[in-house]
Design a protein around this ligand. Structure first.
Ligand code: AMP
Length: 366
């Protein structure tokens, strides 16, 4: 690797911040482009404070970096194409757009033989009735674009819920999905190098509340590991993917059903900073910089807990044995992710105890 490499990152949120923290030991410097003035990665590199549609700023960004990536999946395609025409951009724009529309994303999974929930496109109130006839109830109505952390979604339980759901999000293209009565939610974090080599972290079990990820726990020898890796490999190879990709699944009847992909490092992989030989952030940088991938093996037992909302309890939490706190430099607000903790322990029994101690002092039990 050449020393003093400069990596440009579209987006400067917490994922950009953690990419930079992983990059500095490798002598990598960072340039971020983000329209937010309070972007939380900004203190860790140069920050070009501009809109993604500002071509003068994008050209400036490209002139300052050797390679580029993104940490935000809703970067407009035009911005990604603009950058890719000037500097190597990984993952490529087609990987970015593959996950931006929930309907075409599902069509991609289906074309690769990956199971998805029963679903239908909804572009009008009449479509919604037709879609319910296909999926049945309960079902989840979602915006096709720009949804995150459960935003832009409505669960339909009875026919009387349809009008209210349509009134709240019906002004944009939607998708209706059958509600999957899942036993677990798992994600597969995969990394693909420029030479096509792939590495996979152990599948991660994710627990959400109100659409927001609460805890993420790496599994050990999960029976679905090979299946998850196979599905992630199909998508990554199809897209010529370079970098870390997260693939989220439901588990129903003991089988994986695809939910969505994120073409970036992912909240369900934050435990890898302390819990794996090589963090997802370092492996993403290695992949896009053309370096060999690092080991994805576990280092002991770990679990990630998101810090959500106001957190006067943080000081007590951070004092607990095995609790590694990461704060993102964000203003605390209700329901806002302001940081996370990785709880580590030498074994599963000790981990359970340490996690219970942490959850006991967090608001609403974490
Ligand atoms: P998403 O933004 O699609 O990842 O949805 C956020 C969360 O809502 C998921 O992690 C699930 O917990 C829940 N969810 C979304 N879609 C469905 C579905 N079709 N069936 C059951 N739960 C769902």
């Amino acid at each position: 690797m050449k020393t003093g490499m400069k990596i440009g990152v579209l987006g400067a949120g917490q994922l950009g911040r953690m990419l930079a923290l992983a990059g500095y030991p490798l002598d990598v410097d960072f340039v971020f482009l983000d329209p937010a003035s309070e972007a939380c990665a900004a203190p860790l590199g140069e920050h070009i404070h501009a809109d993604y549609g500002d071509e003068t700023a994008l050209a400036e960004f490209c002139s300052r970096v050797d390679i580029a990536t993104y940490e935000f999946e809703n970067v407009p395609n035009a911005a990604a194409e603009f950058v890719a025409a000037r500097v190597p951009l990984h993952p490529a724009p087609r990987a970015l757009t593959a996950g931006q529309d929930r309907l075409s994303e599902k069509a991609l999974f289906v074309s690769l033989g990956i199971p998805v929930p029963t679903h239908a496109a909804v572009d009008s109130r009449a479509d919604l009735d037709r879609a319910v006839a296909i999926t049945g109830l309960p079902a989840v109505l979602k915006t096709r674009r720009m949804g995150y952390d459960g935003k832009g979604q409505a669960v339909l339980r009875i026919s009387a819920d349809l009008d209210a759901a349509w009134a709240s999000i019906g002004s944009q293209p939607l998708i209706l999905e059958a509600f999957v009565p899942f036993e677990r939610e798992l994600s597969c974090l995969a990394v693909r190098a420029q030479n096509g080599q792939m590495a996979f972290y152990p599948l991660v079990e994710n627990v959400h509340r109100a659409g927001i990820l609460r805890t993420a726990t790496p599994t050990v020898n999960d029976p679905l590991q090979a299946q998850g890796e196979d599905y992630a490999r199909r998508v990554a190879e199809h897209l010529g993917y370079v970098g870390v990709m997260a693939f989220e699944f439901f588990v129903a009847d003991g089988k994986l059903i695809a939910n969505e992909i994120a073409p970036r490092v992912h909240n369900s992989g934050h435990w890898t900073i302390e819990g794996a030989e090589t963090s997802q952030f370092e492996n993403h940088l290695r992949a896009i910089a053309g370096l060999p991938l690092g080991s994805t093996a576990l280092r002991g037992a770990s679990v990630m807990v998101n810090y959500i909302g106001l957190a006067p309890e943080l000081e007590a939490a951070s004092a607990l044995e095995g609790v590694h706190t990461h704060l993102y430099g964000k203003m605390p607000k209700p329901q806002r992710k302001i940081g996370h903790a990785t709880v580590t322990a030498p074994d599963a029994a000790a981990l359970r105890l340490r996690l219970a101690r942490l959850l006991a002092i967090l608001p609403d039990g974490g």
